[in-house]
Design a protein around this ligand. Sequence first.
Ligand SMILES: Cc1cc2nc3c(=O)[nH]c(=O)nc-3n(C[C@H](O)[C@H](O)[C@H](O)COP(=O)(O)O)c2cc1C
Length: 360
Amino acid sequence: MSLAYRLARPALFAMDAERAHDLTISLLKSGLVPPAILGAGGTDDPALGQNLLGLAFPNPVGLGAGFDKNALVPDAMLRLGFGLVETGTVTPRPQTGNPKPRLFRAVEAEGVINRFGFNNEGLEAFAQRLEARRAAGLPGIVGANVGKNKDTADAASDYVIGIRRLAPLADYLVVNVSSPNTPGLRSLQGRQALGDLLNACLEARSSVDGGAHRTPLLLKVAPDLTEDDKIDVAEVALASGIDGLIISNTTLDRPASLPPDLRAESGGLSGQPLFDKSTSVLRDFYRLTGGKLPLVGVGGVGSGAQAYAKIRAGASLVQVYSALIYHGPGLVTAIKRDLLSLLRRDGFTTITQAVGADHR
Ligand SMILES: Cc1cc2nc3c(=O)[nH]c(=O)nc-3n(C[C@H](O)[C@H](O)[C@H](O)COP(=O)(O)O)c2cc1C
């Protein structure tokens, strides 16, 4: 942990978790925090680079969705050394989300519980921010994660609206059907509903400028899937022609490692308590898709060793969110450094060689 974060953390942890998050976003947005304090690294080692989804990723360590729901600070986050930053989830219309408090830290377990419920400023403000960074020619891979408004009955129509607007503006798109905090959302992972939804999403992408924007489209799934669910999702994903899967969102599990008062909070659990489960689901999906679909591993990554474990289990890219709260922004550089030495230890000269290595 950087000295700066060691000093800042007690003040942030003394605050309500959502206030601390909002303050962090404001500080990043203000540009007042010098990169040296944030622990940003220089150029990435070429061994960490990868061509995937038609994009040149400088390194495989990404920021997970939900940190920057309104696309306010993608470039500040890229400057921390992330190889990709996923903004959103954004819904067509602004919505306030669930009543506060709705974000909780399980400090000992390095876990987080949230039940935000897609609070966001809505698609138009979000799209205009991505438009502005495109117009300015800013570098870096920025994805957009789309969802549905709580009160929309025809779910597919909301995803279609998001995809049409964002396909020309984002480097990749994510269809999020896995948040536990929007009633009914996760039922979109069922075979029939998912097939219909993905077809509608792919059609929406093709409808933009006559298919000129073949922006990669990925599906983000929950870790709480039965064996049959996983088989269905894998088959539908392969048959649909989507470009990849993000595994996983937060879990409804409440392991014994959490204090009883937190176990009683509803919402999705992330961070260290999610690592094993999300990695095992990732491993299953690599097997079920025969390694044919790029997978993004997310859930409990807080070290180079954990990023490497996800890659060996089948992830081409990983994402981090909760561990940033506990370890601060210098974590990105630390993960990349340790990942590189683990690759070298095992005789790999590129990330690509290590993807799915556990299955061989
Ligand atoms: C506070 C919070 C908000 C989140 N919001 C979203 C969201 O809007 N959309 C989404 O797809 N995932 C969201 N996630 C899930 C993360 O992107 C990620 O899948 C999950 O937290 C597991 O990664 P982690 O253990 O590194 O945090 C959120 C997670 C947290 C902790």
